[in-house]
Design a protein around this ligand. Sequence first.
Ligand code: L34
Length: 284
Amino acid sequence: MAKLISGKEVSARVKAEVKAECDRLKEKGITPGLAVIIVGNDPASRVYVNNKKKACAEVGFVSEEYALPESTTEEQLLELVDELNKKDTIHGILCQLPLPSHLDEKAVINAISPEKDVDAFHPSNVGKIMIGDYTFLPCTPAGVMEMIHFSGIEVSGKNCVVIGRSNIVGKPMAMLLLHENGTVTICHSRTKNLKEICSQADILVAAVGRPNFVTADMVKDGAVVLDVGINRLKSGKLCGDVDFEAVEKKASYITPVPGGVGPMTIAMLMKNTLSAAKAANGIE
Ligand code: L34
């Protein structure tokens, strides 16, 4: 039976560290500030943004929410980003994705000042990650790495398989595992022999966006299984990409959904915002 890696527990530890550092910054008169932009009425985005605001309050940051209507034009959105880029009290800017389809996500990401890009989605931050010289790590992959470290799991020399190749999760996830000397394979919708490749994995990361995609026959005995998926079933129930009940019987470690990678994403966002506030004030 696998050990559960609790995102609730690990994220609480990360947030406690961030809070302690935030308290020290406040003694110097600095309060980290995060601006969160949300466009339209996506109910999942609403939940995630609320959780981000709650985390800011927990660690002592100021958060500003910019909730824009579905009808917002690209020009209006870029204007807001520009304003926030110039605002001294704001150290991190995040535009919650996905955006309504008439808005160009790339244009918005490119407009955010790389110093305030706490998602690490800007091409200049993506490039820095590629060469292993970074200020910010993208929150979800960084959260997965934090769970691996917390559990004392060694990545070096391990077969790591990432299912999914998105810019937000799959690609940077593979890069972070590679930086720790994992032997990394990225699988995607065109991959042949998916089951064979996955069942060789010592560390398996699922970021597909399909409920129960990873079944027990795809998992090696004793593998570490990290589930990035958050799928909403018709019943309203949340589930990951992994068939949890069957896979937990084979894996050595597994992350749950909810209460797994999701809370870690938010904790790492707090960590990035703290780093941005420190950098903006010439600290470290
Ligand atoms: N710009 N867009 C930007 N940055 C991000 O880092 C994100 N992401 C993803 C979607 N769009 C984004 C998030 O914030 C996914 N994501 C995210 C954040 C928080 C949670 C899940 C995904 C989360 O709090 N999950 C809870 C359950 C929440 C619920 O009840 O729905 C959990 O326990 O998994």
